[in-house]
Design a protein around this ligand. Structure first.
Ligand code: HEC
Length: 298
């Protein structure tokens, strides 16, 4: 009798485990699904000015424009800016407000710690920004690490969360089977929450650039290629981007055209080719020069 009951228990435990694995799989799938569903209505996010000389503990405002399908400005979109300190893991969220001009948004950020921050804007989609170097409040600038521009850094956090969640759920299942504890389902729920949290914290690819000199640099151009949203429509081998890329425009790796042409093109593509699908992203002169440097075939 006891033996039979014991085997039954193990069958339940096994079933429970299979169910768990299935659940984790489903959660993973549904997040993939959400990603592709969103690809139907994609947007280009253009940061108005790359934030320079950001100092720890001092607020600064970022402005951006959102263009649905890369052309018309969309208004009424909610947004959040999320910043994570590279070393401490400190994570902050900032609310986005729409300005009086339709399709143009702003958020005021305050990053309390010097060093490198990874950040992204969630607004109609997810837009990972190149990392931001924050200087110490004392006036001594923190020198940016000379790491290669696009070193892929994956956050281990999401996997830690997921693994912790699974372990918690297994413990709860064992507890339930052994003692029928009323608390076991609660612990299982906690585990499930951890798992879900793990999938919400998506891993992010990373970009490293310092942009503090007044002369445009190739590194600035690389930063702007992401911050201005070029990356949403153009592939470039120097940059691996974690968010939606439409490849609507040509691959720009080793795109061999003259700086003179690029100057006209980036100022206003429609002036050059009236039927073009590339929008005028309202770039400033120094931004255009930096992008030209970056786009030069090496
Ligand atoms: C909404 C999508 C979109 C965005 C955003 C976008 N482009 Fe384009 N781009 C295109 C398309 C489409 C073409 C092909 C244009 C054509 O031939 O009419 C193009 C063409 C180009 C070309 C090639 C022009 C030529 O004929 O040689 C360059 C260079 C270029 N884009 C640079 C950029 C840069 C730099 C940015 C960011 C500041 C950017 N693009 C943003 C869609 C986009």
């Amino acid at each position: 009798m006891t033996n039979k009951w014991m085997t039954k228990k193990w069958i339940w435990l096994l079933l429970g485990l299979v169910g768990l694995v299935g659940l984790v799989g489903l959660v993973g799938l549904s997040s993939l699904w959400a990603g592709t569903a969103r690809a139907g209505g994609w947007a280009v996010l253009t940061l108005e000015r790359w934030p320079e000389n950001v100092t720890a503990g001092e607020p600064f405002t970022v402005h951006y424009a959102l263009r649905q399908h890369g052309n018309h400005l969309i208004s009424g979109v909610e947004g959040t800016v999320t910043a994570v300190h590279d070393e401490t893991g400190e994570k902050l969220n900032f609310a986005v407000q729409e300005t009086n001009e339709a399709g143009r948004y702003e958020a005021t950020l305050l990053l309390p710690t010097a060093g490198e921050w990874r950040w992204h804007i969630e607004s109609f989609g997810r837009f990972t920004m190149p990392p931001l170097t924050v200087q110490a409040g004392t006036g001594t600038a923190v020198t940016a690490s000379p790491s290669p521009f696009l070193s892929q850094v994956t956050t281990p956090n999401s996997w830690l969360f997921a693994a912790g969640g699974v372990i918690t759920m297994v413990v709860a299942a064992v507890w339930w089977v052994r003692q029928r504890s009323r608390f076991a389902p609660m612990v299982a729920l906690l585990g499930l929450t951890l798992c879900l949290a793990g999938f919400v914290l998506a891993p992010a690819a990373d970009t490293v650039a310092s942009a503090t000199t007044s002369q445009p640099t190739t590194a600035q151009g690389e930063t702007l290629f992401v911050a201005k949203g070029c990356i949403s429509c153009h592939q470039h081998d120097a940059i691996s981007y974690p968010d939606i890329q439409t490849n609507m425009g040509p691959d720009l790796t080793n795109h061999n055209v003259s700086p003179k042409f690029l100057r006209l093109w980036l100022r206003d593509p429609v002036q050059v080719r009236p039927a073009t699908l590339m929008p005028n992203l309202e770039l400033a002169d120094d931004e255009i020069e930096a992008l030209i440097l970056f786009l030069q075939p090496h």
